[in-house]
Design a protein around this ligand. Structure first.
Ligand code: HXC
Length: 255
């Protein structure tokens, strides 16, 4: 891998985009390498959390130089929405650790994660409208689900960049931290998530995602009830509750 750096610290995977000269803009190579990495990560049962970050800038968007002469068919092939869906659909929790610019496709990458933690100095937005296009990797779909349609339109139709404090105010990100504490904060959340029962995490994630996609609230509640009851098949549910009763820390096995 040239455009991505991957390391593993115990059960936590950290992937960093590595195209500093183009502010980590996402080109075909980055996406292909991400796909190959996902092929490995999706089957890795020793991984409990994935952090996506980069040094200096998260990603300043899809690579404009690659896109400038594309026709519609090429643009469709270039769109990396299916790659970001693979991230969104990972069984394990994912955290975007954002600093510098997180724009366009870079912001969409962060939106595909379960959590977004940003450095106070981060700048983010969906500026595609300024190039006479629009977000094409989940931005028009995930943004309104997070911040509501009016705020999403503000971001997507005005195409202005906002700072991390504003992003947290509108619910676009989960947390703002001092720049030197970004990775520490992401690791802290990752370590907390590592303590939870993996099947319960996966099921809760599916229930939230599935619930948002249901046409009616009653349909979503019905699915939630089924998933909730299914968790009583797991050894971890017995362990979690026994540990409470016996006043000890649970030891989960992911079963
Ligand atoms: C290609 C990019 C790039 C991008 C920056 N660079 N963003 N190259 N694609 N998205 C390159 C610049 O060309 C430049 O290379 C180098 O990175 C440094 O950038 P500068 O512009 O000189 O830096 P600065 O003045 O600090 O401005 C930073 C910036 C600006 C505000 C982030 O670079 C910018 O506006 N970038 C474009 C942001 C954007 O529109 N993103 C959305 C893209 S569309 P050289 O070689 O000149 O030094 C998109 C679609 C998603 O993401 C949907 C996909 C399916």
């Amino acid at each position: 891998m040239e455009s991505l750096i991957f390391e593993k610290a115990d059960r936590i995977g950290i992937v960093r985009i590595n195209r500093p000269k183009a502010l980590n803009a996402l080109n075909r190579q980055v996406i292909d390498e991400l796909e190959s990495l996902l092929d490995v990560l999706e089957g890795d049962e020793t991984l409990s959390v994935l952090i996506i970050g980069s040094d200096e800038h998260f990603a300043a968007g899809a690579d404009i130089r690659s896109m400038v002469r594309m026709n519609p068919a090429e643009a469709k092939t270039f769109s990396f929405s299916s790659t970001l869906d693979r991230i969104a659909n990972l069984d394990i929790p994912t955290i975007a650790a954002m600093e510098g610019f997180a724009l366009g496709g870079g912001m969409e990458l962060a939106l595909a994660c379960d959590f977004r933690i940003a450095s106070k100095t981060a700048k983010m937005g969906l500026p595609e409208i300024n190039l006479a296009i629009m977000p094409g990797a989940g931005g028009t779909v995930r943004t309104p689900r997070l911040v509501g349609a009016a705020r999403a339109k503000e971001l997507i139709l005005l195409g202005e960049t906002i700072d991390a404090v504003r992003a947290e105010q509108i619910g676009l990100i989960n947390k703002v931290v001092e720049p030197n504490l970004l990775m520490e904060a992401a690791m802290e959340w990752a370590q907390k998530l590592c303590q939870k029962a993996p099947i319960a995490l996966k099921t809760a994630k599916e229930s939230i995602g599935g619930g948002l996609n249901c046409a009616t609230i009653s349909e979503a509640i019905k699915l939630e009830s089924e998933r909730w009851a299914d968790l009583f098949h797991t050894a971890d549910q017995k362990e979690g509750m026994m540990a409470f009763i016996e006043k000890r820390v649970p030891i989960y096995k992911g079963k």
